[in-house]
Unconditional design. Structure first.
Ligand SMILES: NC(=O)c1ccc[n+]([C@@H]2O[C@H](COP(=O)([O-])OP(=O)(O)OC[C@H]3O[C@@H](n4cnc5c(N)ncnc54)[C@H](O)[C@@H]3O)[C@@H](O)[C@H]2O)c1
Length: 323
């Protein structure tokens, strides 16, 4: 299968590319290599993919609609995985426009690209647990109302789901949105707490603990996410119940306390964290907890990696990456 993968130099995109290549798919990876976090890390991920015969990388910005549509006009793809986006809740508070460019205009370009492909089997795209915003009912279910986002990032991800539904309805394009729940693991993201806490603890620097440590997150190990993405890709929705568009939570289904998460980092690094307690940050939510019964039922998804197993794997990788 010939797969167009956006965000191929990103954390989840890199791992997804590796898994697609390992099973014999051809991958055309695109990414704009923006400097939201160090480009060196994105280049290092690409350097591991580029020797693969079935992998090609092309630098593109999703917002370049003419360039992208032209590029695939005579060389259609069988499937699309759209992971490129401006990620992160907190950054969207002070930097709104990259979210509009990548997540709204860029996402619309991807829908148009999907529409232009003659025999597209499926487009899978990244949504986020942040669409649940201020919901207080746990676990979060796809049946819950999600019209109270508390960050612009969340609003753009919810907009993607609505735009996806429209394109699926109008043009019959099989589309699936995956609401990822805090993904972590080797080759991860420097802006996320598992990375910045590990980095600070290893250097003996203090960490800032928001909401005085009273938060819960459903942490999902990268290999489980990639398994889910590929399994879902292989099972496109049909139009039997209306538009061929589905949305699934994909998480570990096990919320962990922030203080326990810090304790696990202390265990894995062998160092004690100096904690500076801080109030809740704008745009943050108290807890995330995925109800995964829908993706279990439709795709047999089963997360396999506990935080106790996955976090030390991240810390080991982090140590070797940083010498
Ligand atoms: N990691 C998580 O915990 C998490 C949770 C929920 C949702 N998500 C979503 O999953 C997807 C992948 O996330 P990630 O953690 O791998 O993030 P990432 O930032 O590592 O990867 C995203 C990649 O997209 C690229 N990109 C951004 N804007 C682009 C544009 N306009 N054109 C081309 N490329 C562009 C970036 O350069 C980056 O390499 C994103 O859509 C993100 O919003 C991630």
């Amino acid at each position: 299968m010939r797969v167009l993968l956006t965000g191929a130099a990103g954390f989840i995109g890199f791992h997804t590319a590796k898994a697609l290549l390992a099973r014999g798919d051809e991958v055309i990876g695109i990414d704009n290599l923006n400097d939201y976090y160090p480009v060196r890390l994105k280049e290092a991920r690409l350097a591991m993919l580029e020797p693969e015969a079935n992998f090609t990388f092309e630098k593109f910005d999703l917002a370049d609609r003419e360039g992208l549509l032209r590029r695939f006009e005579n060389e259609p793809v069988d499937a699309i995985i759209n992971l490129a986006a401006q990620a992160a809740v907190r950054y969207s508070i002070d930097h709104p426009f990259p979210y509009a460019d990548s997540n709204l205009v860029g996402f619309l370009t991807m829908l148009e690209l999907a529409r232009a492909q003659k025999n597209l089997t499926h487009m899978v795209y990244a949504s986020s647990s942040s669409v649940y915003g201020g919901n207080e009912k746990l676990p979060y279910s796809e049946k819950d109302a999600v019209d109270h986002p508390v960050s612009l990032y969340a609003a753009t991800k919810r907009a993607n789901e609505l735009m996806g539904h429209t394109y699926s309805h109008l043009y019959g394009i099989p589309l699936t949105g995956l609401r990822f729940f805090t993904v972590y693991g080797p080759w991860g993201r420097p802006d996320m707490a598992y990375w910045s806490f590990t980095d600070a603890v290893l250097q003996g620097k203090p960490i800032r603990v928001f909401n005085n440590g009273d938060m819960k997150r459903d942490f999902t190990y990268i290999d489980d996410i990639v398994d889910g993405v590929l399994t879902v890709l292989d099972g496109p929705p049909n139009a039997a119940n209306g538009a061929p568009h589905r949305i699934y939570n994909i998480g570990n289904h096990k919320p962990e306390n922030l203080m326990y998460f810090i304790w696990l980092i202390e265990q894995a690094t062998g160092k004690t964290a100096e904690k500076i307690m801080k109030p809740m940050q704008p745009g943050d939510v108290y807890a995330t907890y995925a109800d995964i019964s829908a993706i279990q039922r439709d795709h047999g998804f089963e997360p396999k990696t506990s935080l106790e197993e996955g976090l030390p794997q991240f810390v080991d990788w982090f140590r070797s990456y940083n010498g």
